[in-house]
Design a binder for this molecule. Sequence first.
Ligand code: ZN
Length: 170
Amino acid sequence: MLQKTHSFAGLLAAEGAVLYMQNSPFSWESAAALLIGCLAGPLADIDKQGSTMAKIFFPLSALLRLIKVRHRTMTHSILFIAALGMLFSSLPPLLYWSFLLAYASHPLIDLFNEQGVELCWPVKIKFRLLPKFAAIDTGSVSETLFRYILALFTLLLPAHYVWNHLIHAV
Ligand SMILES: [Zn+2]
């Protein structure tokens, strides 16, 4: 999937964390959590040469290349997510869960892709959720449609909250 699709998925995951964990979601901490979500969503593609994340985190992506980490393997695995979970456990809870859920949204939606994901890396089994004919190819029309659906949900989720807690309560 493209970086912008992953950013929408990461944003949606962070919105979920904010609305679930914060009594009042209109705070600087919530804004930081949403920003973290947008950035953590595409982060796993640091393993893909030429991707924006690989460029931003150049020394790290070069290291991954050096130790021959292939695309959609280590950085897209459950083991790696668990390791990140331990590494960042000292973050404030909202930022922590926004980061972790947004990061995890990446391999989750990559499962819709035709190539599949090595979720259980280092075990070399590729998982994918859709049969080949229905899979969402990177940059395809179906990905654009999928991104619009994600974008719609990133609007609906806060709108639903505002409706329930602010307008409805009056
Ligand atoms: Zn990916």
